[in-house]
Write a protein that binds this ligand. Structure first.
Ligand code: 3PG
Length: 385
């Protein structure tokens, strides 16, 4: 893969940088800026070379049209605070076209959410050409979205003469590559969080390589429903049969919640109960893993040689339901395993319980990290080769 350091960037060149700034937000406020901070080395490298840095990113899934809730404006502000400079914010491509010429060497601009244009998700050649016209070179540092065949990561590099991987993308590929090729055994996975469809098909692919597989969150809910169990009003995905082909759900290496925290509301205002999974009522929502489940998962982490953890086990945005994930994060401190975590949302919990020093590598990828570990490559990496 061509990397940014081989690209010979000249002072004053317009460099398009695709970043993954899909950060956790609460009411248009950033709750975790891990992905923004992870991209700073590449931005600073480009600024040191005197480039005009034009960053492209997405936030959430706004469905191809403008929605203020998904604006990248708060990200531009946070980026400005971290870099201690003013960030230019371009609300559309036409505005960008007019303003890029006026940028000085080392200036940084951020384009509004690419997913406000429905062509971003379509891998559109036309949109790729429009974006390519804004720059002289293209750098992809968006590891978290490298598993998508979207315009800005998959079609755009084919429309611009010079393209390369950024420092973050390079580090992700090197470190995770080492994990796939030579894991210290036993290799244990903990998988939770949302995006059930992306993750479930990877469970099938990873299952045979992994020694212990702990599942929680919406993935576990969906499997329990599929197995005919009562999960009440819990979030889940139906029609998962095709996604978990090849997974022996009764295999002893698969560990599912034995007990859960439920409530009738997900706000934390209604009373919560810890119950056995057999006792879930129709009115209940599963909102966290219970203490027996956490203790079983913690024991697995304790005995592992390598742990890969992706996605929280409960609704961590609500204090009441963050306890299981937090408790499991505490067990990382006592483990001697090489620990790799993925997805921005887990890092805030790990920081909270002061387990950060126990992490060998924190990947900015959620689904992308899992797909890379399962397949050994990703579509957006292939186009940079
Ligand atoms: C992520 O948050 O995992 C990436 O930014 C990709 O987002 P997506 O799943 O909405 O494509």
């Amino acid at each position: 893969m061509n990397t940014v350091k081989n690209l010979k960037i000249k002072s004053g060149e317009r460099v398009l940088l695709r970043a993954d700034f899909n950060v956790s937000m609460d009411k248009e406020k950033i709750t975790d800026d891990f992905r923004i901070r992870a991209t700073l080395p590449t931005i600073n490298y480009l600024r040191d070379k005197g480039a005009k840095v034009i960053i492209m990113a997405h936030l959430g899934r706004p469905g191809g049209k403008y929605n203020q809730e998904f604006s990248l404006m708060p990200v531009a502000e946070r980026l400005g605070e971290l870099l201690k400079i003013d960030i230019k914010f371009f609300e559309g491509l036409e505005i960008a076209e007019g303003e890029i010429d006026a940028m000085e060497e080392g200036d940084v601009a951020l384009l509004e959410n690419l997913r406000f244009d429905k062509r971003e998700k379509e891998g559109s050649k036309e949109f790729a050409k429009e974006l390519a016209a804004l720059g002289d070179a293209y750098i992809n540092d968006a590891f978290g979205v490298a598993h998508r065949e979207h315009t800005s990561v998959f079609a755009l590099p084919k429309e611009i003469k010079r393209s390369a991987a950024g420092l973050l993308l390079q580090k992700e590929v090197e470190t995770l590559g080492e994990v796939i090729n030579n894991p210290k055994k036993p290799l244990s996975f903990v998988m939770g969080g949302a995006k059930v469809d992306t993750k479930l098909k990877l469970v099938s692919e990873l299952f045979s390589h992994v020694d212990q597989f702990c599942l929680g969150g919406l993935i576990a809910n969906s499997i329990m429903k599929f197995q005919g169990m009562e999960i009440g009003r819990s979030w889940h995905e139906d029609d998962i049969e095709d996604l978990i082909k090849g997974v022996d759900l009764s295999h002893q290496k698969l560990h599912m919640p034995k007990d859960v925290v439920v409530s009738t509301e997900d706000t934390g205002k209604a009373p919560a109960r810890i119950i056995d999974i057999k006792d879930i009522k129709k009115s209940d929502m599963i909102l966290d893993a219970g203490p027996d489940t956490i203790s079983e998962f913690s024991n697995i982490i304790k005995k592992a040689g390598t742990v890969v953890w992706n996605g929280p086990l409960g609704l961590i945005e609500v204090e009441e339901f963050a306890r299981g994930t937090r408790q499991l994060a505490r067990s990382l401190v006592r483990s001697k395993a090489k620990i790799i975590v993925g997805g921005g949302d887990l890092m805030s919990v790990i920081d909270d319980v002061e387990a950060t020093d126990s992490i060998y590598f924190a990947s900015t990828g959620g689904g992308a990290m899992l797909e890379f570990l399962a397949e050994g490559t990703l579509p957006a990496l292939e186009v940079l080769r």
